[in-house]
Design a protein around this ligand. Structure first.
Ligand code: 13P
Length: 254
């Protein structure tokens, strides 16, 4: 059984004060949750505050939104896996579509980061997904296969099992238009099939695949009851503790 994983990607939002208020409110409901893995992914500037507000709630994990692959050195403005680990961060989101389209990240760049994250025992959440044009042209499988094989090249089966994949169709991000549960399930099943080809069946069965793109309390339950959907990567709806808590509870009830 794969444990569901629900992550809050706050993107470029949330001051320290807002972050602390969010965590305090969330802990009232999720303070002792253990049957769903909950991950908060704040901007770098709020990570320490989130850690402080979490206090002893070690059941809730924290993630970074990006990192650079080098260990240290003259890379002004960048942050390494080791610096994230220094803040007790467990996860890092890599290859988000906003990074790919706005900041020119290719599968090769994402792959370097993924490998550097594993080297530092930081667990990557690797985002992949097609644009609307690619979907309309019938190229979903092709694009997902290229992104998966490129971003995850060279990983051992163990590293693959410690990687989370986030399927985020670009046309569903921040648009209010989520993939239907059937569309998402089809993509997730294809991703698992590709992981089987890349590694082996046990590995493919163990990798958790999140869905992301306009996840809300109203659609979270049906999405996460699909057999290959193992959680959610939530953007907009994760900025409000009440809606985020509802999404986590929807994961628990599946
Ligand atoms: P929204 O939930 O705002 O569509 O964002 C999804 C996303 O990009 C999560 O990483």
């Amino acid at each position: 059984m794969r444990k569901k994983i629900v992550a809050a990607n706050w993107k470029m939002n949330m001051t320290q004060a807002e972050s602390a208020r969010f965590v305090e409110s969330m802990l009232l409901d999720l303070g002792d949750i253990t049957d769903v893995e909950v991950v908060i992914v704040p901007p770098f500037t709020a990570i320490a505050k989130v850690m402080e507000a979490l206090g002893k709630a070690q059941n809730i994990k924290v993630g970074g939104q990006n990192m650079y692959w080098e260990k240290n050195g003259p890379f002004t403005g960048e942050i390494s896996a080791a610096l994230l680990r220094d803040l007790f961060v467990h996860y890092v989101v890599l290859g988000h579509s906003e990074r790919r389209t706005l900041f020119g990240e290719t599968d090769e760049i994402v792959n370097r980061k993924v490998r550097a994250a594993h080297e530092a025992t930081l667990r990557p959440i690797v985002c992949i997904g097609e644009t609307l044009q690619q979907r309309d042209r019938g190229n979903v499988d092709k694009i997902l296969s290229i992104q998966l094989r490129g971003s995850l090249a060279g990983l051992t089966p163990k590293e693959l099992q410690e990687t989370v994949i986030a399927y985020e169709p670009v046309w569903a991000i921040g648009t209010g238009r989520n993939a239907t549960p059937a569309q998402a399930q089809e993509a997730h099943a294809f991703i698992r099939h590709t992981l089987h080809q890349m590694a082996d069946e046990t590995t493919a069965e163990r990798v958790r695949i999140q869905y992301g793109g306009s996840v809300k309390p109203e659609n979270a339950g049906e999405l996460m009851s699909q057999p290959d959907i193992d959680g959610a990567l939530v953007g907009g709806a994760s900025l409000d503790p009440r809606s985020f808590v509802q999404i986590v509870k929807a994961a628990r009830d599946r």
